[in-house]
Structure formats: structure tokens, C-alpha cells
Design a protein around this ligand. Structure first.
Ligand code: ATP
Length: 211
């Protein structure tokens, strides 16, 4: 069975870095990839764009292809969304299907600050997406947790539902939502850092533009 990969984030806004690494992960793992926007991220300031606006941007960004899909369950829930709860819900729906939580290298290094982070390995594999400018040094407790979990290729994620960690060498794109928000706030037009669908409706990027 094809693994189901989940790529969580605030997507404030979704950009070509997200889409390109998610697409390549889907190819490398031969997996269905769902983008999973977070409602009230427990670890960071609230997003500039609201849930409905971020959903509209994601829908516009994903138009015209079927490899990447959208899962809005965390936005539909009230209150903070913990990844571990979402993964348990998906596990209940998907039976023994391999689940893969996709994380950029920066997010992976911060994993020990997540709610019940060690439990994540019981419910899903982790796919770590290379990201430019990210220091490769991992905290000691994370290194110890993953020492016996390293996989070497995608086949390692198919023979069990959860528990392995695999590095995914995706094409480096030095794009961040922070940079895009800065450019838009400064009145610039980061046209080729964003999916073209975001320019179809001027209201989509409205929350970030300078007034
Ligand atoms: P911000 O700049 O607001 O922190 P971001 O660009 O890092 O945003 P998020 O929505 O916070 O985007 O990230 C969601 C996930 O996407 C994280 O796991 C993050 O590491 C990953 N990610 C984002 N941009 C890239 C990129 N250019 N290359 C690889 N991974 C990325």
C-alpha cells in the first residue's frame, strides 16, 4: 500500500519551497502527500492570515495537479492542534498503512519541544526534508531517540507502519514564508517564489500587503 505522508505547517503563505519539497517527497517515497495546515501553532506567533485565507491560498496553489492534496482537519478543530493527536486520528482511519510525517530539517531539529514528541515514532515514520541554511547538529536527546531508527531508503518505510526516520534529499530552495511576508509588507512582488495561482485573485495575498 502506498504510504500516506503528512506535511504540516502554518503555510502563511504556502510557497514554492513547500510545494517543491512535498512534490519530491511524494516521488521519492511513492506516497500520497497531504498538506496539513495548523490552526493555532503551539510553538510560534499566530499566523497573519486566518484559517479560511490560508485554506483559500492552499486550494489555489494545488489546483491543476492531483499528487498533493489538502487535509484541513486541524483547521476544522477548535483550539491548538497537536500533531500527535492528528496522527492518532489518521492511524485510526488508515489501519496499518505506513504514515510518514514530513518535516523540514529545521522543524526536525526542534522536535524535542513538541508535545509528546517521543510518541510520534509509535504512530508514524519521519521523513526529514533537507533545507538550505539549516545547521545539521541535532539535540542529544533527539540523536539518542533516532539512533536505532535510521532507514536507508524508501522501502524501509513500507514494511512497517511507523517508527523509522529517513532523510529525503530534496532540491534545495532557499524560500521561507518569513521572507515572503517581509517582501510583501515592503510593497515588493515575490511573483516567482509563490505558486502562480496565488496571483489569480488579488485578495489572496491581501493580508500580507502593505496598506
Ligand atoms: P516561516 O518562515 O513562517 O517559519 P516556513 O517557510 O518555514 O515559514 P512553515 O509553514 O513554517 O514554512 O513550514 C512548514 C514545513 O515546511 C516545516 O517542516 C518546514 O521545515 C518546511 N519547509 C518550509 N520551507 C521549506 C524549504 N524551502 N525547504 C524545505 N522545507 C521547508
Amino acid at each position: 500500500m502506498k504510504p500516506l505522508a503528512l506535511f504540516g505547517g502554518t503555510f502563511d503563505p504556502v510557497h514554492l519551497g513547500h510545494l517543491s519539497v512535498a512534490w519530491e517527497a511524494s516521488e521519492l517515497l511513492d506516497a500520497e502527500v497531504r498538506l496539513l495546515p495548523a490552526s493555532v501553532p503551539p510553538h510560534r506567533p499566530p499566523p497573519i492570515a486566518g484559517a479560511a485565507q490560508r485554506t483559500a491560498m492552499l486550494r489555489a496553489a494545488l489546483r491543476g495537479q492531483a499528487r498533493l492534496t489538502l487535509d484541513t482537519r486541524e483547521l476544522d478543530r477548535s483550539g491548538p492542534s497537536y500533531t500527535i493527536d492528528t496522527l492518532h486520528e489518521l492511524r485510526a482511519e488508515q489501519g496499518d498503512r505506513p504514515l510518514v510525517l514530513l518535516l523540514g530539517a529545521d522543524a526536525f531539529a526542534g522536535l524535542p519541544s513538541w508535545h509528546r514528541w517521543r510518541e510520534l515514532f509509535e504512530v508514524a515514520h519521519l521523513g526529514v526534508l533537507s533545507r538550505p541554511g539549516v545547521e545539521a547538529l541535532l539535540p542529544g536527546e533527539l540523536q539518542r531517540e533516532i539512533a536505532g531508527r535510521r532507514g536507508t531508503d524508501a522501502a524501509d518505510l513500507r514494511d512497517r507502519p511507523a517508527g523509522r526516520v529517513l532523510d529525503l534529499a530534496v532540491t534545495s530552495l532557499e524560500i521561507s514564508a518569513t521572507r515572503i511576508r517581509e517582501l510583501l509588507a515592503a510593497g515588493r512582488d515575490p511573483r516567482y517564489l509563490l505558486p502562480c495561482g496565488l496571483f489569480d485573485d488579488p485578495a489572496l495575498l491581501g493580508p500580507y500587503r502593505k496598506r
